[in-house]
Structures are given as structure tokens and as C-alpha cells.
Design a protein around this ligand. Sequence first.
Ligand SMILES: Cc1cc2nc3c(=O)[nH]c(=O)nc-3n(C[C@H](O)[C@H](O)[C@H](O)COP(=O)(O)OP(=O)(O)OC[C@H]3O[C@@H](n4cnc5c(N)ncnc54)[C@H](O)[C@@H]3O)c2cc1C
Ligand SMILES: *[C@@H]1O[C@H](CO)[C@@H](O)[C@H](O)[C@H]1NC(C)=O
Ligand SMILES: *[C@@H]1O[C@H](CO)[C@@H](O)[C@H](O)[C@H]1NC(C)=O
Ligand SMILES: *[C@@H]1O[C@H](CO)[C@@H](O)[C@H](O)[C@H]1NC(C)=O
Ligand SMILES: *[C@@H]1O[C@H](CO)[C@@H](O)[C@H](O)[C@H]1NC(C)=O
Ligand SMILES: *[C@@H]1O[C@H](CO)[C@@H](O)[C@H](O)[C@H]1NC(C)=O
Ligand SMILES: *[C@@H]1O[C@H](CO)[C@@H](O)[C@H](O)[C@H]1NC(C)=O
Ligand SMILES: *[C@@H]1O[C@H](CO)[C@@H](O)[C@H](O)[C@H]1NC(C)=O
Ligand SMILES: *[C@@H]1O[C@H](CO)[C@@H](O)[C@H](O)[C@H]1NC(C)=O
Ligand SMILES: *[C@@H]1O[C@H](CO)[C@@H](O)[C@H](O)[C@H]1NC(C)=O
Ligand SMILES: *[C@@H]1O[C@H](CO)[C@@H](O)[C@H](O)[C@H]1NC(C)=O
Ligand SMILES: *[C@@H]1O[C@H](CO)[C@@H](O)[C@H](O)[C@H]1NC(C)=O
Length: 637
Amino acid sequence: MGNLKQIVVLALAVLSRTESIAARLPLSGRLLHPRYINDSFLVKNEYDYVIVGGGTAGLTVADRLSEDGSATVLVIENGPLPDSAAVTEVRGGFGGFSSPYFYRIQSVPQPELHNASYPVLVGKAVGGSSAVNAMMTVRGTSEDYDRWGQLFRGGGSGRASPWGWDGLLPYFKKAVTFTEPGPEVRDAVDIEYDASYWGNTSTVYAGWPSFQYPGLAPQIKAFRDMPGVEFPPDSGAGRAGVYWFPTFMDPRKVQRSYARTGHYDGINRTSYDLIYNAKVTNVSIDEDLTANGVVFQMPVKNATKLAFVKAKKEVILAAGAVHTPQLLQLSGVGPKTLLDKAGIETLVDLPGVGENFQDHPMLGIAIMLRNFTVHPSPMDLMTNRNFSKWAQEVWDKNRTGPYSIAMGNVAAWLGMPVISPERHESIASKLEEQDHAAYLPPDTHPTVLAGYQAQMNALATSIRSSNTAFYSLSISGGNMPAGSSVLLHPLSRGSVRLNTSAPTTSEPVVDYRALSNPLDLEILAEFVRFTRAYHYNTSLAEYDPYEMLPGPEVTSDEDIAAYIRRSLSPSEYHPSGTAAMLPRALGGVVDEQLKVYGVRGLRVIDASVMPTLPGANTCQTVYAVAEKAADLIKADA
Ligand SMILES: Cc1cc2nc3c(=O)[nH]c(=O)nc-3n(C[C@H](O)[C@H](O)[C@H](O)COP(=O)(O)OP(=O)(O)OC[C@H]3O[C@@H](n4cnc5c(N)ncnc54)[C@H](O)[C@@H]3O)c2cc1C
Ligand SMILES: *[C@@H]1O[C@H](CO)[C@@H](O)[C@H](O)[C@H]1NC(C)=O
Ligand SMILES: *[C@@H]1O[C@H](CO)[C@@H](O)[C@H](O)[C@H]1NC(C)=O
Ligand SMILES: *[C@@H]1O[C@H](CO)[C@@H](O)[C@H](O)[C@H]1NC(C)=O
Ligand SMILES: *[C@@H]1O[C@H](CO)[C@@H](O)[C@H](O)[C@H]1NC(C)=O
Ligand SMILES: *[C@@H]1O[C@H](CO)[C@@H](O)[C@H](O)[C@H]1NC(C)=O
Ligand SMILES: *[C@@H]1O[C@H](CO)[C@@H](O)[C@H](O)[C@H]1NC(C)=O
Ligand SMILES: *[C@@H]1O[C@H](CO)[C@@H](O)[C@H](O)[C@H]1NC(C)=O
Ligand SMILES: *[C@@H]1O[C@H](CO)[C@@H](O)[C@H](O)[C@H]1NC(C)=O
Ligand SMILES: *[C@@H]1O[C@H](CO)[C@@H](O)[C@H](O)[C@H]1NC(C)=O
Ligand SMILES: *[C@@H]1O[C@H](CO)[C@@H](O)[C@H](O)[C@H]1NC(C)=O
Ligand SMILES: *[C@@H]1O[C@H](CO)[C@@H](O)[C@H](O)[C@H]1NC(C)=O
């Protein structure tokens, strides 16, 4: 069994964190943008809007604000402009941990995880994290967005708020063009979808690989044996359940579709400039507390020097949830206690900047289906050289076959009443009765604590609802689950703070504070029990399940908790929440217009503004938020 265990661990690692051996593709036919600027002498002195960060949100908003030519936009991106097909190549999913297009950041040691430190993965390139992500195209349920609106309305209904499901759905449609699966794969594996939840005007595409493993069908079917599991008509329906979802892929080219291909490449507009390899060091805020431009390090020949560019209308922060709070803090907008330590003058004491940090923790649970003989499977691809050689040839010649799959296209997204009919009510009650202050750092500002309490009360309600997904499990089509189970609504909150001993020269200090709220551990333990039941108490039982991880001997609460502490990853690379859209009295950093409290002419538009994570990978939500942000900004112009 030793070897088999090794293969499974390897397979899980490969499937959930794919290392790609990307074949290089010619970039023929692509327009070379005339406004790619790599020399600061070409940057004008002033623009209407200066956008910090040429990532997922930044490029989306830059495109929208400049499209009718009435306003000028400059995007400043710290990363390079990769000329490599490694970014667009669908084969193998994201570029792997060795990709040069990541920041190199390690979290602080996590005391609840044996003091282990974890890599903080965020993209560093034109396109940001959308250039390196795993391309899963999913959104949360309606309740995830209604909760955002609710937090502004004293717990009342968030449905009708501008950021509730009804308010965001048009922007989900605007953000991504849906393309239907081809008949070869739709009929073979019975992909269900409903295009009415999608739009068809965006230049960012969601498509379907031309190949799916036939073994998916029995694994989907087995969920019908689990009470309460629903099968929504589409991944975009805003409902929890087991469903198919597309991939951020342009199906005509079988290439990654991301912020750069959708909102920059091929656009030839004098109203839209972008400079790359240029790092913004701080926002310039005048005595009237108005943001008037940014200071950035610009590449000049082989050196860098500081430059200033003026923003006539607004500075827009889109540096992602790790670097946006750092930039606010460096600009004098943040918790005064922190800024004092770093020797930075406080312009606006905003205690929420960098707090409320959230990511999706992942827990490996590996159960083999020993008698599962539906071929081909991902396991065949990894263990059968002939098959992988064939797959490579088909891919090289035709861009079809198993290598056209970036990640699997079906998963379960389930609420706590489904996962844990027995214990979810007691977990919800415990959450309501908790002394919430005990699970934040002792020096937490009262407004940040109030925001945490409001979130925990809202999430207690969500624990009782089957339409807020807490658990996800991807399905592989092989004899083991494809990836990890993911905690979609963690109760623990971390922080992103500038490094007070080297504020301007070092990366921010990232602390997940994983499992700092002990109820996360109780919820994850329910995931282990549910995943076991799904394998042993359904039609999958006939395939002779064998538990590799945590292992059949791990049954007591104590042993399961010990396994979780040993093997949890605190991140699925979905950092968010660090410049939360919440009332200021709840530790908020931006209002419902995404304007930073206390400063004029400054907004945040990236993953930092999400007050609570959606129960889904975050990219599609970031695009929708950015599309809505563009309309809010235009309405103010
Ligand atoms: C490895 C990985 C896999 C993922 N998989 C998926 C998935 O399959 N599906 C999904 O939905 N989501 C996925 N995500 C998450 C998703 O990609 C992100 O949530 C989303 O892209 C974040 O968008 P953003 O605009 O907030 O930030 P980003 O897209 O990260 O953009 C921020 C940009 O700002 C730049 N920047 C930072 N600081 C500065 C500065 N000082 N000056 C100038 N520029 C600066 C950065 O270089 C970066 O380009 C994944 C993420 C990663 C990292
Ligand atoms: C983690 O580190 C802290 C501080 O260094 C130490 O007190 C604690 O004992 C460590 N915990 C574990 C589990 O190693
Ligand atoms: C796009 O969607 C609209 C309505 O949603 C529909 O009328 C139109 O036919 C669609 N166009 C294409 C090219 O699919
Ligand atoms: C961009 O537009 C300008 C002005 O319309 C035109 O002269 C130029 O050829 C265009 N460049 C490309 C690469 O399309
Ligand atoms: C931020 O920018 C201003 C320019 O307006 C500059 O004077 C100031 O020194 C900068 N602050 C930091 C911390 O770099
Ligand atoms: C800008 O790009 C040109 C052409 O690719 C290159 O020769 C030059 O060295 C670059 N300049 C900088 C500052 O990177
Ligand atoms: C480039 O950098 C090298 C090494 O730092 C230095 O010796 C050289 O003078 C620089 N060249 C220019 C043109 O600045
Ligand atoms: C690969 O194919 C060759 C002959 O074509 C065969 O001898 C060999 O056993 C096959 N290997 C595997 C792993 O199937
Ligand atoms: C190439 O793709 C076409 C269309 O999907 C398919 O019919 C054909 O069999 C493929 N060829 C190979 C070698 O896989
Ligand atoms: C803060 O910066 C200093 C100096 O670069 C570095 O030695 C230290 O490790 C950093 N601290 C953290 C927590 O990253
Ligand atoms: C299967 O169901 C039975 C009866 O409900 C239960 O006792 C048992 O614990 C379940 N097994 C698993 C692995 O969940
Ligand atoms: C698995 O397959 C073997 C060999 O075909 C068979 O003996 C065994 O009963 C099967 N196990 C189950 C649980 O069906």
C-alpha cells in the first residue's frame, strides 16, 4: 500500500496544484499594443484616473473607463508583461508554483498549525492573479452577496441592496461571455447548464474543454444518495449543490482567457496607457485629504527612480488584497497604532485597513475507490506512459483530449445542514454565544470587533441555511477525489500589515490566523465525516473505498483535530477582505460606492473589498465587482 499511498498523495498534489510543462505557442495574429509602456518618459504628466495594479480588477475597470474615449486612464503594474505562452496555455491549469509570475511572500508562522509558515500566492504580471490562476469559473450563492448588503442594513434583508444578488447578477452577466460545451463532451458526460444566467458581450470568456473523464458520471450520481443534496440548473444560478462549471478559456483558441486578453491586448486607444515593471510606493494625499496622484518607481534604462503622476479625477487601488492594504498604510491611511510604530504620519485613522483578512482553507481528504475501473481517468494519465504520450500527441496536434482540461469542471458546493444534519445547529448556536473578542488579537479596535460580531451573527444564520455553501469537493473522474475539501466560509480572521521595521522595502506581514476561531476546526471535522459518508454510504461503496487520508484509524474528535492541524493549508489563494466594504462603525474601509472613508478621490475595486468571502473561487466575483465599480465611477464623473 506504501507505493499506492505515494501515488495518491502525488496525484492530489498534481491535480490540485498543477505544475505545467507548457508547450510554447506562437503568438501569431495578436495585435501588439501601441501603448505598452516600459519607459516612464512615455507616461504623461496627468490622467483622469490612475489605477494601481494591472490585475484582474484593474484592467477590467481601465478598459471600461477608457472605452468611449471621454476619460484618460493610466494603469501602473508592478509585474512584467510576459511574452510567454506559459500564461495562456490551458494545458496543466495554472503555471505552477515555480511560475516566475508570483510574489515571493511567506506567511508568519501559524500557531494553530504547529507554527508552520505558508506561501502567499498572488500574481505579479500584467493580468495579476487571473494570469496564474486555475481558471475555475464559479460564483457564490445568492446568500453570499445578500450578506454583503445586509451588513450595511443592520441585519435586515440585503437582497435589494446594490451589492445583493439582484444587484450583482447583471454584472456577473456583463463580466464573462459564456460559451456552450461542444456536443462531443456535453452528450458524453451529460453536462447540465443554463445560459440564461450568463452574458455574451464580454471579451473575457468561459468555455469548456473538449474532453471530460467518463468516470465523473457515477461520482456525480452518488451524491443523489446523500440527503439534501441539490442539483442546480447552472453554476451561475446562485444556488448551492452539485454542478458543472466552465473554465476561463477562450474555446476558439483553447487558451486562458484572462484580464489581459479580455481587457488589454488588442485594444488600441490613446485614452488607455499601461506601464509595467513599475511599482507604486504610495498614494499622494493633499492637506484637504484628497488623493491627487501616486508616487511610483519607474524603470529607466537599468535603474529605477521615483516619479509622480497626477490623477485629475481619482486614484483607484487594484493591487489585490495583499498589496492594497499595504499601500493604504504606506499612504497614511490605516490603524494609527500600526502607522505610529512604522513612523508613518497618520492622515486618516482607519483601523480596518489590513484587518478582516480571509482566505479559503483547504484540507486533504483522500479516499481511493479501488474497484473503480472507468477509463481513462486522471490516474491513467499519471501512471500509464502510453496514455500520457497519446494525450500529449493529441494536445500538440489538435488541442483536444485530456490535456485540454485545466481543472475538473464539476464539484459539490454544500451547506452545513446537508454536511452535518446532526451538528450544524449546535455549531450555529455556539457561534452566536461565543465571546467573539476572544478570537481576535487583544488590541483589536472596537469597530473592527463590532464588524466581526456582525459577520459572525450573519454566518450563524448561514450555517442553518442549505443555500450558503460551506463545503466544496471537486470530483476527479478517477478513483480518488480530485482535490481538497475547501472551507468556503471560514470564521477565523487574519491580517495584512506593513512590516514596521522595513515598511517601504519589504513585503507586508501576512497572518492567516488559521483556526484562531476554534469552530473552524469543528466544521472541518464535519467535512471529514461527510466525505467518508459520501464514499462509504452511497453507490460508491461498490467500488471498494479505501481511506488514505486521514486514515481509517482517525475517528475520535481529538484525532481528527490533530490531523487537521497537521495538514490544513490556510489558503486556496483567495486573499480578500482587507479593505472591507462595511460601515465605518463596523471596521469598514470603503463605503458602498467603494470610496475610502475619510479621503476624497480614492477607491478600492479589488478582492480587498469583499466583506465576507463568497462560497466559491474568487475570480468571477472580482470581475463582477470591477464591472459594477466602473459604472459607479462613471456615474460620478
Ligand atoms: C494560484 C492561484 C489559483 C487561483 N485559482 C482560481 C480559480 O481557479 N478560480 C477563481 O475564481 N479564482 C482563482 N484564484 C483567485 C483569483 O485569481 C483572484 O481572487 C483574483 O484574480 C484577484 O483579483 P484582484 O484584482 O483582486 O488582484 P490581482 O489580479 O492579483 O491583481 C493585483 C495586481 O496589482 C499589482 N500590484 C500589487 N502591488 C502593486 C504596486 N505597489 N504597484 C503596482 N502594482 C501592484 C500586482 O502585481 C497584480 O498584478 C486563484 C489565485 C491564485 C493565485
Ligand atoms: C509556536 O511558537 C510559539 C512562539 O515561538 C511557541 O510559544 C509555541 O510553543 C509554538 N507552538 C508549537 C506548537 O510549536
Ligand atoms: C446574446 O444574448 C441576447 C440576450 O441575452 C440574445 O438575444 C442574443 O441572441 C445573444 N447573442 C449571441 C451571439 O449569442
Ligand atoms: C492604433 O490606432 C492608430 C490611430 O487610429 C493607428 O494609426 C495605428 O495603426 C493603430 N495601431 C494598431 C497596432 O492597430
Ligand atoms: C507619499 O507621497 C508624497 C507625495 O505627495 C510624498 O511627499 C511622501 O513622502 C510619500 N510618502 C511616503 C511614505 O513615501
Ligand atoms: C523597453 O522595451 C524595449 C523593447 O522591448 C527594450 O529594448 C528596453 O530595454 C525596455 N526598457 C526598459 C526600461 O525595460
Ligand atoms: C547599468 O547597471 C550597471 C551595474 O549596476 C552599471 O555598471 C551601468 O553603468 C548601468 N548602465 C547604465 C546605462 O546606467
Ligand atoms: C505501452 O505500449 C507498449 C506497446 O505498444 C506495451 O508493450 C507496453 O506494455 C505499454 N505500457 C503500458 C504502461 O501500458
Ligand atoms: C481532433 O479533433 C477533432 C474534433 O474534436 C476530432 O474529431 C479528432 O478525432 C481529433 N484528432 C485527434 C488525433 O485526436
Ligand atoms: C520585516 O523586515 C525585516 C527587514 O527586511 C525582515 O528581516 C523581517 O523578516 C521582516 N518581518 C516579517 C515578519 O516579514
Ligand atoms: C453510514 O450510515 C450509517 C447509518 O446512518 C452510519 O451509522 C454510519 O456511520 C455511516 N457511515 C459513514 C462512513 O458515514
Ligand atoms: C472489488 O473487486 C474484487 C475483484 O473483482 C472483488 O472480489 C471484490 O468483491 C470487489 N469489492 C467490492 C467492495 O465490490
